[in-house]
Design a binder for this molecule. Structure first.
Ligand SMILES: [Zn+2]
Length: 275
């Protein structure tokens, strides 16, 4: 199965040139931050965060400001998805700034992240939370399904990497989002790569195949990780995220990840494949 993905990637690599601003596309922000553009719809995954050192890339300052202020191409953000409350994925203060600025944006986030935002917010920001959808899920819970306008949002609780020994207190949500019934993107956050988490909701996963999957890059280095992609997510295109910043120089990419598609340079794009 792994061989199939490697083969497909050699074809996909030929289409990774930068695309016109109007094209349906997936754009790398940094770390696990990704923007999705499709027609009038813009989605952001894990867009605002802090990194303590340079091990993971930070969103370029100009891009971060454009996201918060809503300047082009981020002027019309329909929805934002936060996978989990770790600082290298989610900054509650920056998210409050964005939500205050952009009055029609919806935010989907695990309960832990929403609590941190409430804690950081002032009284006059209470109305922001009318547009915040907190996903209060535990391991084993049925996925949460929300239909909102042209978006179908499905949130699956998948434990953070390190399970069952470490970081088991972190609520990590894998999002599967479909735009206009035609473009489906799966963002896994810091999902732990064990089949059993996905087998729990096999039926729901198999109801819809993804156009684009965005797994943490350690899925590529794991037999279960590759199985999960092939068996449950079934994407036409897979791009690894959460890649160390050093990988922007191809010679720093370890052998086991060679041939897999990785987002390594903030700003780079891939076409958004419909499905
Ligand atoms: Zn994390």
């Amino acid at each position: 199965m792994k061989a199939t993905r490697l083969f497909c990637l050699t074809l996909l690599f030929t289409t990774t040139v930068s695309l016109a601003d109007t094209a349906s596309r997936v754009q790398y922000l940094a770390n696990e931050g990704v923007a999705v553009f499709h027609g009038e719809t813009t989605l952001l995954f894990d867009p605002l965060f802090q990194t303590r050192d340079a091990y993971y890339a930070q969103v370029p300052e100009k891009t971060r400001e454009a996201i918060i202020k809503g300047s082009e191409p981020f002027s019309n953000i329909s929805a934002i998805f936060v996978s989990h409350y770790h600082l290298d994925h989610f900054d509650p203060v920056d998210m409050l700034r964005l939500m205050a600025q952009q009055k029609s944006t919806q935010l989907y986030a695990p309960q832990q992240a929403v609590k941190a935002m409430r804690f950081a917010s002032s009284k006059d920001q209470a109305d922001i939370f009318e547009r915040v959808i907190a996903l209060d899920l535990d391991y084993g819970d049925a996925p949460r399904i929300i239909q909102s306008g042209n978006l179908t949002v499905q949130g699956f609780y998948i434990p953070h990497s390190g399970w069952p020994k470490a970081r088991t207190d972190v609520e990590n949500i894998a999002f599967r989002v479909t735009i206009d019934d035609v473009a489906t993107v799966v963002h896994l956050g810091d999902a732990d790569a064990h089949n059993e988490h996905f087998a729990l909701h096999e039926h729901e996963w198999q109801e819809k195949e993804a156009g684009v999957a965005l797994p943490p890059y350690w899925f590529f280095d794991s037999a279960d990780g590759n199985d999960i992609l092939d068996t449950y997510i079934k994407p036409l295109r897979t791009i690894g995220i959460h890649v160390p910043a050093a990988y922007k120089n191809a010679e720093n990419i370890p052998k086991e990840f060679e041939g897999f598609d990785l987002f390594t340079k903030p700003g780079e794009t891939r076409p958004l494949i419909e499905r």
